[in-house]
Design a protein around this ligand. Sequence first.
Ligand code: NDP
Length: 294
Amino acid sequence: NKTAKIIDGKVFAASIRQQVSDHVKLLNSEHQIIPGLAVVLVGGDPASQVYVRNKAKQTREVGMRSFEHKLDESVSESTLLDLIVKLNQDPEVHGILVQLPLPDHIDSAKVIDMIAVEKDVDGFHVVNVGRLASGLDALTPCTPLGCLLMLKDLHGDLSGKEAVIVGRSNIVGKPMAQLLLRNHCSVTVVHSRSQNIKEICQRADILVAAVGRAEMVKADWVKAGATVIDVGINRIENNNVKPRLVGDVDFASVQPIAGAITPVPGGVGPMTIACLLANTVTACCRIHDLAAPD
Ligand code: NDP
């Protein structure tokens, strides 16, 4: 009875943070540059507060500067845009991240597109999206970048592999498709209007689930030996019991079929912040016209 290799995102993320930390030391000793990441949080959403706190902590741990800007829920769009302009001009800031979602009275697309392209470490600016799609150097969204790094670590060359992505969001599904296409996979993206999702998933050598539906991907959706990357984070509330986190993949039933699988938690999740730190170093190097890490 062969079961899937469990891909340890925590260990992999730690190795990426180590590489980032080494690069930060080098930038400091050879060029007297300290990369800086600014994170902007609007309002008091508890989940966003936790993310922002973790981002700041890990930023400092790898030796970078962390700038946190917490704005009131009622802040006006123009005040937020003014802050972005200030951060764009600040030479100590190499990466800018605006924590999403923003309150309804603020136009997120407008805010994101105000971020200087070279400091857009989330990779959501339309220019970075277009550059990624055109095969040019681009800052790339952190979660799909983390997934790609895990896939390359596991397989090396991805050429010719059949990849299926469930979900087409701008944050995960679409950039994931671009990254896999760039790495020479045959890519299919399915979504809420797709037909025969199960049959399409059965073709996949690489199956990425980014849907936000607890344990949707079942064992009979998965080809024997496939690599399954589970991006989903779903909280299951249970009366009187501590809420538990599950992915978009039914881990228990899929593990005996797949060749490799990421767990939730401890798979894709830890990779996201590690890739944010890596993107900040990349942005810093490009801004200073220095060689960026691979
Ligand atoms: P979105 O809600 O933005 O997108 C979900 C996608 O899934 C949409 O494209 C939607 O289709 C599709 N979908 C919804 N229901 C179905 C269905 N029944 N069948 C097929 N497709 C369906 O979510 P995100 O992409 O932002 O996030 C996806 C998941 O990943 C969430 O659980 C989120 O919490 C998690 N996540 C985890 C991160 C991490 O660091 N690990 C980072 C970001 C997200 P349509 O477009 O037609 O509506």
